[in-house]
Design a protein. Structure first.
Length: 293
């Protein structure tokens, strides 16, 4: 039986964590660990949480003593392999989330990813393939940071092994970008980014996974907004009304309908808001008039 204890730290001045932040964050972190374990071979793994102290929580990863059907030999410390892989997955997500990939190239057993702007990162091919082919992992990381972003008391997040080696370390200013869900093209799916004019139907003032509702091209759609600067405008008191327009960069996620041979829209996300245009002729309701007048 192998075992590793990870220290998960929620930075902040109060040395305490709001219960919803704690539960949702740790749950999504555990999802990433479990899904990574499955992709690496799937030997049974137990995850236990010890009582938190001063803004930290101890997470025990323990192998289960059962017949070994894992792809990883007994001689390999596969707990260490899982921990290293989870750190690599978070690092890859931190590099590409909310950014546009210009190029990816295989070099020996690594994948080199280049972003628009020239930044590059090399990652183990196995880590890249796990991240791209397992949506539960990339979504789990996004939802993890979405929970952290909604709690202003959390200043940073870190995970360290029992020998004090940090495998994850993220400051608060990166939480909003890392909360963006990453989309990858496959044989049956693709992602488009278009300049679009959206007509507001329903607003959501908090930056969460809840979606605004718009009319776009004559169709009613739901879309989350990931633009941090836009929500600074919202927090400053910008007012919105039904029928207002937003000029945006709209990410459209499509999937192939093999029965007709075309890609159809599945989901939407507003990446950048360029302009808010107020409705020209808002309806004036006679609230100041008495009945019968």
């Amino acid at each position: 039986m192998q075992q590793e204890t990870l220290t998960v730290k929620f930075g902040g001045q109060s040395h305490q964590v709001e219960i919803q932040t704690f539960a949702y964050s740790v749950l999504n972190f555990a999802t990433v660990v479990k899904q990574t374990n499955l992709k690496l071979g799937g030997r049974p793994l137990d995850i236990h949480i010890k009582a938190p102290k001063e803004g930290s929580v101890l997470v025990d990863l323990i192998t289960t003593l059962t017949q070994n059907n894992s792809l990883i030999p007994d001689s390999v410390d596969f707990i260490a392999n899982i921990v290293e892989s989870v750190g690599g997955l978070y690092a890859l997500h931190g590099f590409i989330s909310g950014r546009k990939i210009k190029r990816k190239e295989r070099k020996e057993n690594k994948i080199e990813v280049e972003l628009e702007g020239g930044s590059t990162m090399q990652v183990a091919e196995q880590i890249y393939n796990i991240y791209v082919t397992e949506p539960a992992i990339s979504n789990g990381i996004s939802q993890h940071f979405s929970a952290l972003n909604e709690d202003p008391a959390v200043s940073d997040f870190a995970v360290a092994t029992s020998n004090k080696e940090k495998i994850i370390e993220v400051n608060r200013e990166d939480f909003p970008r890392l909360a963006i869900k990453q989309q990858f093209e496959t044989e049956n799916s693709r992602t488009l980014i278009e300049s679009a004019t959206l007509y507001i139907y329903k607003v959501v003032f908090d930056k969460t996974d809840r979606k605004w509702e718009f009319y776009y091209g004559g169709n009613r759609i739901s879309a989350s907004i990931s633009d941090d600067n836009f929500f600074k405008l919202v927090d400053s008191g910008e007012s919105f009304a039904k029928g207002d327009q937003l000029k945006v960069d709209l990410q459209i996620n499509q999937i192939l309908d093999e029965s007709v041979g075309i890609h159809v829209n599945q989901s939407y996300q507003v990446i950048k808001v360029h302009e808010h245009i107020k409705r020209n002729n808002p309806v004036q309701l006679p609230f100041d008039k008495k009945l019968g007048e």
